[in-house]
Design a protein around this ligand. Structure first.
Ligand code: MG
Length: 329
């Protein structure tokens, strides 16, 4: 943030829209050149950055408050999967010149709502004009007791594989926004579209993941591709029983109308659920802890020795996919 005496347009914008989010004393009300943060005692900081870009991760016409929510939540989702609790974030905004105060008002409102909801205050930021699309970059920091961040590597043969929530909703919601129609009930359509618009990061599950999981990651680019990365990092194989993968009623209805949609469910992006592996001795305790957190978890398979994750259909045949995960490049 600028520390000039004259009140520039950027200063005014920050004072009006973003100072109210800077509730941590170390943020100094966004009035200094930098902020400071004393890590909680005996904790590691967990660091994450992710940007979302108009026309790539959201539609330019999406409401500003949900763009803000999505930007924050994709980062919160990673912290949750690493077992970390959020401490705060930094924001970089690049805005085309036709984006004015009305959009910023909605954006700041959405950001404020979620920063309160997830106890994650703003520590600083930067805004610039850009000839390109709206770009919202967030750097987030969280904390875990020293040495306990849950990694991708760590899964062992025999571990149970769990996922949170339901899989595939957001990608089906995106397909609907691009014109796909499975003759769903209005409530089902709304469910899928809202899951694309605003992720529901599983931060309530973070402590259960931290204390039980041998490996974990959030699912942002599709279950098949992301879980395969976890298996590669851990040097293990796995079998996943596709019929056990939890689907919402809306996703089930879409898959009933078009069986090929299951391919998108498994390889599409934007789930922001957690996939984790739990040693057999801890599986019951994990289920109990998850129930206590209010986040549904479902066991979908098992880690094996070897390499490669196999996704088995109901008849035991291994599925193959046209593409295994969403890639922006
Ligand atoms: Mg991730």
């Amino acid at each position: 943030m600028p520390g000039r005496d004259d009140m520039s347009a950027e200063d005014r914008l920050i004072a009006r829209f973003f100072q109210p989010l800077a509730t941590h004393p170390g943020a100094l009300g966004l009035s200094d050149d930098a902020a400071f943060l004393t890590p909680p005692p005996d904790c590691d900081l967990v660091l994450k950055t992710d940007a979302i870009v108009g026309g790539v991760h959201f539609f330019p016409e999406d409401a500003a408050h949900s763009v803000a929510g999505k930007a924050l939540r994709v980062n919160l989702s990673d912290l949750a999967a690493k077992g970390a609790r959020p401490l705060g974030f930094l924001l970089s905004l690049a805005l085309p010149k036709d984006v004015g105060d009305e959009w910023l008002e909605g954006f700041a409102q959405g950001l404020r709502g979620d920063s309160v909801l997830f106890s994650c205050p703003l520590f600083g930021g930067d805004t610039d004009r850009t000839p390109g699309p709206i770009t919202v970059s967030i750097a987030m920091f969280g904390a875990v007791p020293e040495g306990t961040m849950v990694r991708r590597a760590g899964a062992k043969a025999g571990d149970h594989v769990f996922v949170s929530g339901t899989i595939g909703d957001a990608t089906l919601g995106l397909m609907m926004r691009k014109g796909k129609d499975w003759n769903l009930a209005e409530e089902q359509r709304q469910h899928l579209v809202s899951r694309y618009l605003l992720p529901q990061p599983r931060n309530a599950l973070a402590e259960a993941v931290r204390t039980h999981a041998s490996a974990a990651m959030d699912i942002s680019d599709g279950l098949v591709g992301d879980f395969s990365k976890l298996c590669r990092a851990s040097g293990v194989a796995a079998t996943i029983d596709v019929p056990r993968i939890p689907l919402s009623d809306a996703a089930k209805a879409a898959a009933a109308a078009e069986p090929e949609a299951i391919d998108s469910v498994l390889t599409g992006g934007d789930d922001y659920e957690i996939v984790c592996t739990v040693p057999p001795a801890k599986a019951d305790s994990f289920r109990t802890a998850a129930r206590g957190s209010g986040v549904a978890v479902t066991e979908i398979g098992e880690i094996k020795a070897g390499e490669g994750a196999r996704f088995l259909a109901g008849d035991g045949r291994a599925l193959t996919f046209k593409r295994t995960s969403f890639s922006h490049f």
